[in-house]
Design a binder for this molecule. Structure first.
Ligand SMILES: [Zn+2]
Length: 222
């Protein structure tokens, strides 16, 4: 809507963190990895490689500890983000009172039990009550919670709570469908199984509204 919003939306969404002292609506872009964390992590990953029976001095592995450190820092950078501030940075007064759905939001998260990825899709809906939020902020909030050590159940609820507490809408619904590689890769038989979690609050606890949402995202909850 505003010029400010558009310029924020044009920034790649990967490196945000909450920062009190910037004027970008509560978060700013971080261009570089935190070098202190990389310095601390890399030698530990080198040791991990050794303990796993690898030779960290062979050519292919020389930079691997540093790459692992950067990758893990990236995959967990949601800890440095403030989802409610992301939402507040693009809240607009609006009389619209119909269901707003953002579906098929890609999820890349790390299971906190194995630190192995779970990947899938989130579908988020809310019914505004005075305020709407810039649509691109919903996937950012999903990402801010997903880029942490997570369990799918908590991820689902945290997304719901952040939207409910910030926008104070009539209701919020979140459904996540994900494949857990810790199940698929570790020899457990159900290699293609998908785990579905859902959480509803407010208007979505009414059966008819919830069914309409589920119909629109084409999800089957068992
Ligand atoms: Zn796991």
């Amino acid at each position: 809507m505003s010029k400010k919003k558009r310029s924020q939306d044009s920034v790649p969404r990967h490196f945000y963190h909450a920062d009190e002292d910037n004027n970008m609506g509560g978060y700013e872009r971080i261009e570089h990895y935190n070098p202190e964390r990389i310095e601390k992590l890399a030698p530990l990953y080198r040791e991990v490689l050794e303990i796993l029976g690898e030779d960290p001095n062979r050519e292919g592995l020389l930079d691997t500890p540093k790459r692992m450190a950067k990758a893990m820092q990236y995959l967990s950078h949601g800890h440095d983000l403030d989802p409610e501030r992301i939402l507040k940075s693009a809240m607009f007064k609006e009389d619209y009172k119909q269901m707003v759905i953002v579906k098929d939001i890609e999820i890349f998260s790390l299971c906190e039990h194995h630190m192995i990825p779970f990947i899938g899709k989130a579908h988020v809906a809310y019914i505004p009550d005075g305020y709407v939020v810039g649509l691109s902020k919903i996937p950012r909030v999903v990402d801010a919670f997903a880029r942490r050590l997570q369990v799918q159940e908590r991820l689902t609820t945290e997304i719901k709570e952040a939207i409910y507490n910030t926008l104070k809408p009539m209701g919020v619904a979140v459904v996540i469908e994900a494949r857990h590689l810790c199940m698929a890769m570790r020899g457990i038989q159900k290699q293609n199984s998908v785990t579905t979690t859902s959480d509803f609050v407010g208007a979505f606890t009414v059966d008819r509204t919830r069914q309409e949402f589920l119909h629109l995202i084409d999800a089957k909850l068992s």
